[in-house]
Design a protein around this ligand. Structure first.
Ligand code: ADP
Ligand code: MG
Length: 258
């Protein structure tokens, strides 16, 4: 399997003037294509900082991060933004949907930025919403959707441009337990279909549904735990979510726009 992320001695210091916050103190790991990984640690341990660096939203203070062999610390800001748009699909705790747009329009948005034509946008956004079980909610606005449905829209939006990796920061953090479990089942299924997924969470039950837990505390990785595939599958409730997978490109080769 190809290496997706390679982080070496990554540090991040937030300079607050009088105070320096050492959010990351030297973390190293590799994540391979096709993995389903949780980065787990308590509040303030540096999870979101790490995810922002992996997601090309921020840069480390020192160390290197490679994404598919490209050292993100060596590229220009423009190139970094381009890599982010092409390779990263984000899912956030608070969904971050645009309230005035319908579910379909929210999912279309990355394709608008990628320069995909209107008809193809519609088709791909609709297929992706159907794949996450929301084919009946295309024209609903976020305030007409439940929390779990909103997160499904956000996951469809993250996937629609065929990113190399999905980065999800506390994706179940705003959901009740049952709905959070459904969202985890969806993420497990997407991983089984070939998507590389990294989930940041403080919740051991969420982390237990992945295949690997990178434990972080005070800006340091102190344990890298591989879970039994069978245990992960059982914990996730196994497959059983309906929904066509045919609309999805397994490889992510098909990058729209230029
Ligand atoms: P987590 O996501 O695990 O809760 P964060 O990565 O958000 O942790 O934060 C790690 C540490 O860095 C915390 O002490 C936090 O207060 C600090 N921090 C995070 N973002 C900033 C920022 N933009 N400026 C200053 N300090 C920050
Ligand atoms: Mg956080």
């Amino acid at each position: 399997m190809a290496v997706m992320f390679a982080a070496r001695n990554v540090t991040k210091v937030y300079d607050m003037g009088a105070v320096q916050v050492h959010a990351l103190r030297g973390v190293s790991f590799t994540i391979e294509e096709g993995e389903l990984v949780a980065i787990m640690g308590p509040s303030g341990s540096g999870k979101s900082t790490l995810m922002q660096i992996m997601g090309c939203l921020d840069r480390p203070t020192s160390g290197t991060v490679e994404l598919e062999g490209v050292d993100l610390t060596q590229v220009s800001d423009d190139r970094l933004a381009e890599i982010r748009n092409r390779k990263i699909g984000f899912v956030f705790q608070q969904f971050n949907l645009l309230p005035r747009l319908t579910a379909l329009e929210n999912v279309e948005l990355p394709l608008v930025y990628a320069g995909v034509g209107r008809r193809e946008r519609r088709e791909r956004a609709r297929a992706m919403l159907e794949a996450v079980g929301l084919g009946q909610r295309l024209d609903h606005r976020p305030n007409e959707l439940s929390g779990g449905q909103k997160q499904r829209v956000a996951i469809a939006r993250a996937l629609v441009n065929h990113p190399a990796v999905i980065l999800a920061d506390e994706p179940t953090g705003a959901l009740d337990t049952a709905t959070g479990t459904e969202i985890m089942q969806l993420l497990v299924r997407l991983n089984e279909e070939g998507h590389t997924i990294v989930i940041v969470t403080h919740d051991p039950e969420v982390a237990a549904k992945t295949r690997r837990i990178i434990h972080i505390r005070d800006g340091l990785i102190y344990r890298d735990e591989r879970l039994e595939p069978a245990a992960a599958a059982v914990a996730a409730g196994g497959p059983g979510q309906p929904g066509p997978a045919s609309a999805r490109a397994a490889g992510g080769q098909e990058v729209a726009g230029s």
